[in-house]
Design a protein around this ligand. Sequence first.
Ligand code: SF4
Length: 66
Amino acid sequence: MKLNVLEILKHLPRTNCKECGEPTCMAFASKLLKKETTLQACPPLFTPEYESKRRDIQELMAGIAA
Ligand code: SF4
């Protein structure tokens, strides 16, 4: 399956908190896919609440890097 923005978005917090500097999680997902940013730019993903989602995205990203 080809990874797309919606697939990444599914695993983001989807709170549009803007901590990453993007206006929405969708915008962040788009940049992530184009490798214009990194997961580290989304602080909420590194909280225990979203740990499993972060792992999911890391697996997805590892898939496209290969
Ligand atoms: S920091 Fe994370 S949760 Fe907040 S808007 Fe950016 S991608 Fe979404």
